[in-house]
Design a protein around this ligand. Structure first.
Ligand code: NAP
Length: 321
């Protein structure tokens, strides 16, 4: 493979998460990150120099107008995912957009309609789904017999009150930020979309959920409990079946981990780089004309479930996604 075969990526914004995707792309035979844009031209130039990126643009519009860029990674605050994805697609760029794509299912439909009409690749960046750990998790499922319950949690202590995650106008909140992973896990393990959800949240004065707990009832009989928070520090997935159970204590970042079976036996899992796998997957999809791992159906399932959970928590009623 020659250098020119690598997909030329640009990044919108100078988010902290970019470090992970830049690291992931560094050893990639399929992707190279060649441009970055910031709302501030001086900041874009400094960021590009610091990160070894060759092109700096002083606005997102300028990067989208750059004909040398084929694909865009969008790691902007949540409320900006959809508008900038639409702008990127209109400019003819493939898009990898950070999770959660949007809490409004109509946004997801609109974006995938446009991507499909233009023949462009679009994916929500649920990098945890790319890891070998997930294949191992799914392969382990039959060992518990008929799956009955899933418990999934993801929380961390947010110390910075200026963070985008506690801004209602930027679609912050614990369910959006980390609870979306627990929704992803519940849907993956149940193997279908929930028929009904319940929700309870602790909402601050600004209207941001600092903690969220939900129940997802699936048509096939699985019930999932999900929990997320910005005020606690907890991670894990439990799969509980009629014949046994197992637990993954640290499933979300591809760190060295283990599946702990109900009888105490463990299956060790190696470290993997979910961001490298993700950008390789997207770049491969762009070059080879195949679908990426996660597409329209998954993004729509995520968005519908998150929207229903918020409605359930706000109304105190069960909601059908
Ligand atoms: N997949 C993962 O592992 C993972 C991990 C962390 C975060 N994320 C997701 O990635 C996204 C970014 O999170 P982050 O914590 O990395 O973000 P962050 O560090 O706060 O950066 C967000 C960037 O967006 C740009 N921006 C544009 N309008 C903005 C506004 N009104 N307020 C603040 N920033 C604005 C800024 O870039 P310029 O000023 O340069 O334009 C800023 O650097 C979120 O959607 C989050 O859910 C994913």
């Amino acid at each position: 493979m020659t250098t020119t075969d690598r997909v030329r990526w640009g990044i919108l914004g100078t988010a902290r998460i970019n470090d992970s995707i830049l690291d992931g792309a560094r050893g990639s035979a399929r992707a190279e990150i060649v441009a970055v844009a910031s709302r501030d031209a001086g900041h874009a130039a400094a960021y590009a120099a610091q990160h070894g990126i060759s092109i700096a643009h002083g606005s997102y519009e300028a990067l989208l107008a750059d004909p040398s860029i084929e694909a865009v990674y969008i790691s902007l605050p949540n409320s900006l995912h959809h508008p900038w994805t639409m702008a990127a697609l209109r400019a003819g760029k493939h898009v990898l957009c950070e999770k959660p794509y949007s809490r409004r299912p109509a946004d997801v439909e609109e974006a995938f309609d446009l991507a499909e009409a233009r023949g462009l690749v679009l994916a929500e960046a649920f990098m945890w789904r790319q890891t070998p750990l997930v294949s191992r998790l799914v392969a382990e499922l039959p060992s518990v017999g008929t799956l009955q319950l899933v418990r999934a949690s993801f929380s961390f202590h947010l110390r910075d009150e200026g963070d985008i995650r506690v801004r209602a106008d930027l679609d912050g909140g614990s369910l959006m930020d980390v609870g979306c992973y627990t929704v992803s896990a519940a849907r993956l393990l149940a193997g279908e979309e929930p028929a009904e959800v319940l929700g309870a949240s602790e909402v601050d004065a600004a209207g941001v959920d600092r903690r969220f707990a939900g129940i997802l009832r699936f048509p096939g009989g699985v019930i999932a409990q999900i929990a997320s928070g910005l005020t606690t520090d907890h991670r894990g997935i439990d799969a509980i079946g009629m014949e046994g159970s197992f637990r993954l204590p640290d499933p979300w970042h591809g760190r060295p981990s283990a599946i702990v079976r109900g009888d105490g036996q463990t299956v060790e899992l190696d470290r993997s780089d979910p961001y490298a796998l993700e950008i390789d997957d997207l770049s491969g999809a762009i070059r080879d004309g195949r679908a990426p791992l996660l597409g329209r159906a998954d993004a729509l399932g995520q968005s519908r479930t998150i929207a229903a959970l918020y409605e359930a928590a706000a109304t105190g009623r069960a909601v059908r996604p």
